[in-house]
Design a protein around this ligand. Structure first.
Ligand code: SF4
Length: 64
């Protein structure tokens, strides 16, 4: 199963641009996406920054 947000998620874009490690995609987007903090916040319609990783931490090295 792939997360339903994957096609529009900034994590996909960062990964395809070579800015994000594959482990995030494997472990969350194409794995246990329900444990992704981004996913949980999307479900609750809570705003969150593009640079927030699936574990809820902010990666300031990612471009906005
Ligand atoms: S980062 Fe989270 S919300 Fe985005 S596609 Fe991956 S699992 Fe889904």
């Amino acid at each position: 199963m792939v997360c339903k947000w994957y096609q529009v998620c900034p994590m996909k874009r960062y990964y395809e641009q070579g800015e994000l490690e594959k482990k995030w995609i494997e472990n969350f987007c194409k794995g246990d996406y329900q444990s992704c903090v981004r996913y949980q916040m999307e479900e609750k319609r809570q705003p969150h920054p593009d640079r927030m990783l699936p574990d809820g931490s902010i990666d300031k090295s990612l471009k906005r």
